[in-house]
Design a binder for this molecule. Structure first.
Ligand code: ADP
Ligand code: MG
Length: 225
């Protein structure tokens, strides 16, 4: 349909546009952050000057978050296509998110069956998994929960299931996923799911969402082999 075509064109344009921008912006952000940290330690500045620096750091932090949700767009796609195994990508993502999970009292449980190699854009797939795992962790209630990840291979398809025991979503919430800037979080960017949909689309994959309010959410991603 025309709507689906426009949607896929939009995802394409977005990824092309953000491709170099995210990468180029990150370095100046890091440098500025470093100098502000140094200034903050100065003993000759007044308390109000110090508060200006703190505001600047907070805003920089916010910019950094927006770039982070999109960083995977930073490299040209074809150069980046590598033969990889989803087990390794999932394992890697879990390892880098362990401290974050711990902070939210979340246990990440991984199960695998043999998965075949597939040519993927490693950076983008990792970023996509990071966004999904992070959302799962952030969705948990006060007392934490379990994030179940299962990677398997069935009928020439790779299937990745990401299941959380968090707050869940209504049908309406689900329909808003992937809309640019849609976020229900105080510090959210609303860019994570847009990135997820775009990456899966680019890899000719499919994503399915099942959710129950108060119980949790399961994302099922399918990639053709
Ligand atoms: P952000 O995480 O910055 O808010 P995302 O695009 O990653 O932006 O997610 C958009 C919104 O979708 C979230 O604010 C949240 O309301 C909802 N969401 C995404 N994943 C989940 C999940 N696993 N459980 C409950 N809600 C979710
Ligand atoms: Mg997110």
């Amino acid at each position: 349909t025309r709507e689906a075509y426009l949607h896929s064109e939009r995802l394409h344009v977005i990824s092309e546009l953000t491709a170099s921008v995210a990468h180029e912006i990150r370095n100046p952000l890091t440098v500025t952050n470093g100098f502000l940290q140094l200034l903050k330690r100065s003993e000759t500045i007044s308390p109000s000057e110090k508060s200006y620096i703190e505001y600047s750091l907070l805003e920089l932090n916010r910019a950094e978050k927006i770039v982070s949700d999109f960083l995977a767009f930073s490299k040209p796609q074809c150069e980046n296509m590598l033969n990889s195994n989803f087990k390794d990508e999932t394992d890697y993502t879990r390892n880098i998110l362990l401290p974050y999970a711990h902070m939210h009292k979340v246990d990440i449980q991984l199960t695998f069956q043999n998965t075949l190699m597939k040519k993927i854009d490693k950076n983008q797939i990792q970023q996509c998994l990071i966004n999904l795992f992070k959302n799962g962790i952030e969705a948990m209630k006060e007392d934490g929960g379990i994030l179940y990840i299962d990677v398997s291979e069935q009928k020439k398809k790779i299937i990745i299931k990401i299941k959380d025991t968090g707050v869940g979503m209504t049908e309406e919430d689900i329909s808003l996923l992937g809309k640019p800037y849609y976020s229900t979080k105080k510090q959210g960017t609303g860019l994570g799911m847009l990135m997820v949909y775009s990456t899966i689309h680019k890899h000719r994959g499919h994503i399915d969402v099942e959710s129950e309010k108060g119980k949790g959410t399961t994302f099922t991603i399918t990639f053709p082999l």
